[in-house]
Design a protein. Structure first.
Lengths: 477, 174
């Protein structure tokens, strides 16, 4: 009897230990130790980091800025856009990067609103993606614009003749929506960062101390400061969700408002949003796998449970994307319009038909085949590969929607396959710039919101119900 | 009139800090003369403190209103400032105006929420302030303003209640 009791106690203890190993929220460390770990991850930089950083910097200078200079000097003729494809890779990349930017808000705001606790250690990593993704989206639009020095014509100010921009145009809505989203997501990144900047200020010396001192704005953590911050974060978490939805809906309207085959679709808004989340979640998981694998002490904060949670979301989003894709495809196919039939045939059996099939394989088949399995979706490298494939697939999707679909219009004599030119290196430049900004930020900004992690750890505990040990969460707010 | 003394007591945990606040109140220290400084958002209820007033929601609503007015101006008024009539098209259609008004409303609301934090918290502030860096390592500090004769009494009480350190608070550059 005594042995049986002893064995039960042992089983209970080992299960509890297992829970602690598995869940960051059940494995608390002193706050000072967590601060040290985060600071150490920022300060420890290997030579490999600088090699990659240097290569990316060269790529950015050559592919992004030098090629852009050539484009401005030589004009849009250097790009492959020509009748009937006036919208090429620049706009593919715009849609792609705006899509990437959706993950930050999704993770930070929606999961915050629904109190999904596993979000805590990686909200900032996702929010940084939002801001840096939007920077690349902005660059891509300016590239497409050609005469970029006249960008201010879009601003709501009258010209010399007193003529205002036309706010009935989807392109004006784009400007308003993307500007609103960029400003909102940057503010939403900064507000929860303030306490961590104050922590970094207290832990730093030299130029870093001055840097964090300026950015921490004098934050001490008084009751009033926390109350204002907490209220603001709640307002942001709720208000930024409709802004996020509006941005990609408006981007979809750039296409859907045109009465072209393939574009004029009432389902484009939600279809684009789900697509954005699909690529964004894939990108988040890639970033987390890299951060966990390359930065010091990150294995404590980012654990397989987090990949498991994101993997589940990726699977659900992949299913939702497949549903919207089929809905969009089926209605067009059933309609039997002559030009739409031509377009669908062009998608599947045209010279880029391989891209259409590859899109379905990597956006649907591969996630479904892998993410159903808990063990697989808890494996960081596997999720990195799936995330990468989804992003390739989502880029293909945007390529099919923009230049491939623009080829088929109601004037067959104009049909011509789009052949990108200077757009390719410039697109690579935006990717390199995104990674470069992220690398720089990882050394300057605490990637882990330590105060949020500690708050979560305070709220979690294990409790015994009969013989079962379960995790309980208290609502501290 | 005597100048008030500032005492900064540092606790390692929440419970003794909450007890200390209770005891200080019994000793006659008013809630307005105490401030809790912490590295995580400890709610007023946990410490038995009165609710903190914040203007952020009101500022957010004001900003939303301002943004909405700006959106109405852009969508409905600007077309009238240089009239270009296009046959068959409404001059100031409502559906596109909804998009413009929505975006400007949300922008106004979020900008004013952000600025509200700055205004209510007096950010940025680089003046010397009463603070100890241990707070960012998870300690909880109580900052007490008291008349000089009560200083020793309060210090003894706080030490008895488990304060790790009790000292006169000095303003310093953060």
């Amino acid at each position: 009897m005594a042995d049986h009791k002893k064995q039960n106690e042992h089983t209970h203890k080992s299960h509890e230990e297992h829970l602690r190993e598995e869940h960051l929220m059940l494995d608390p460390m002193p706050r000072g130790a967590m601060n040290e770990m985060v600071m150490e991850s920022m300060h420890t930089t290997s030579w490999k980091f600088w090699v990659v950083f240097g290569i990316l910097a060269v790529v950015v200078i050559y592919c992004l800025f030098f090629q852009w200079y050539l484009l401005i000097k030589g004009g849009q003729g250097l790009a492959g856009v020509m009748r009937p494809d006036y919208w090429g890779i620049f706009l593919v990349n715009t849609v792609f990067w705006i899509g990437i930017s959706h993950a930050g808000t999704f993770i930070s705001a929606i999961l915050r609103v629904f109190k999904a606790e596993f979000r805590r250690p990686f909200t900032r990593a996702a929010e940084l993606m939002t801001t840096f993704g939007l920077v690349q989206a902005g660059f891509s639009i300016f590239m497409h614009m050609g005469r970029v020095w006249l960008a201010y014509w879009m601003m709501p100010i009258p010209n010399q003749r007193g003529l205002w921009p036309n706010f009935h145009s989807p392109l004006s809505w784009d400007l308003l929506a993307i500007t609103t989203y960029l400003l909102s997501s940057t503010m939403y990144l900064f507000l929860p960062l303030i306490p961590d900047l104050a922590m970094a200020r207290d832990k730093s010396t030299g130029w870093r101390k001055t840097f964090y001192r300026i950015l921490a704005l004098g934050f001490r953590g008084t009751e009033g400061e926390w109350a204002h911050l907490r209220t603001a974060l709640n307002i942001f978490a709720f208000a930024i969700i409709p802004v996020m939805f509006s941005v990609h809906t408006i981007v979809s309207w750039d296409f859907a408002m045109a009465t072209r085959p393939g574009w004029s679709s009432t389902i484009f808004g939600p279809y684009f949003i789900v697509g954005a989340l699909h690529s964004g979640m894939g990108a988040v998981v890639m970033v987390l796998a890299v951060v966990r694998g390359t930065m010091k002490n990150m294995k404590y904060f980012i654990r397989p449970e987090h990949f498991e949670g994101i993997g589940k979301l990726m699977l659900i989003i992949s299913m939702t994307w497949a549903y919207f894709f089929f809905n969009d495809y089926f209605v067009q196919w059933y309609g039997g319009d002559k030009w739409t039939k031509e377009l669908l045939h062009w998608h599947e059996y045209g010279p880029l038909g391989w891209m259409w099939f590859a899109m379905l394989i990597v956006n649907v088949a591969i996630p479904w085949a892998t993410l159903w399995n808990k063990k697989w979706r808890s494996t960081p490298w596997l999720l990195f590969v799936v995330g990468l494939l989804i992003n390739v697939g989502m880029w293909f999707e945007r390529y099919i929607i923009v230049p491939v679909s623009a080829t088929i219009n109601r004037m067959p004599f104009t049909w011509r396959l789009y052949e990108p030119s200077i757009e390719v290196p410039m697109g690579i430049g935006t990717l390199a710039f995104f990674i470069l900004l992220y690398m720089a930020a990882s050394k300057l900004v605490p990637l882990i919101p330590v105060w949020e992690v500690q708050e979560g750890q305070m709220a979690h505990s294990v409790r015994k119900f009969g013989r079962e040990t379960v995790v309980t969460v208290s609502d501290l707010e | 009139m005597t100048e008030e003394k500032s005492i900064l007591a540092v606790f390692s945990d929440l419970a003794p800090a909450a007890d200390a606040i209770e005891q200080l109140r019994l000793l006659g220290i008013h809630d307005d003369c105490m401030n809790v400084i912490s590295g995580i958002p400890v709610t007023e209820a946990m410490l038995g403190r009165p609710s903190q007033w914040t203007n952020v929601p009101r500022l957010a609503m004001g900003g939303a209103g301002g943004g909405m007015l700006l959106g109405i101006f852009l969508a409905f008024i600007t077309p009238n400032m240089y009239t270009i009539s296009v046959g068959g098209q409404p001059f100031a259609p409502v559906p596109p105006a909804v998009v413009v008004i929505f975006e400007m409303t949300m922008l106004g609301m979020l900008l004013s929420t952000f600025l509200g934090v700055f205004l209510d918290s007096y950010f940025p502030s680089y003046r010397p302030m009463k603070y100890v860096p241990e707070i960012s390592d998870g300690k909880i500090a109580i900052l007490i303003e008291c008349p000089p004769p009560d200083e020793q009494k309060i210090t003894d009480l706080l030490k008895k209640l488990g304060a790790e350190s009790v000292k006169e608070a000095e303003a310093q550059h953060l």
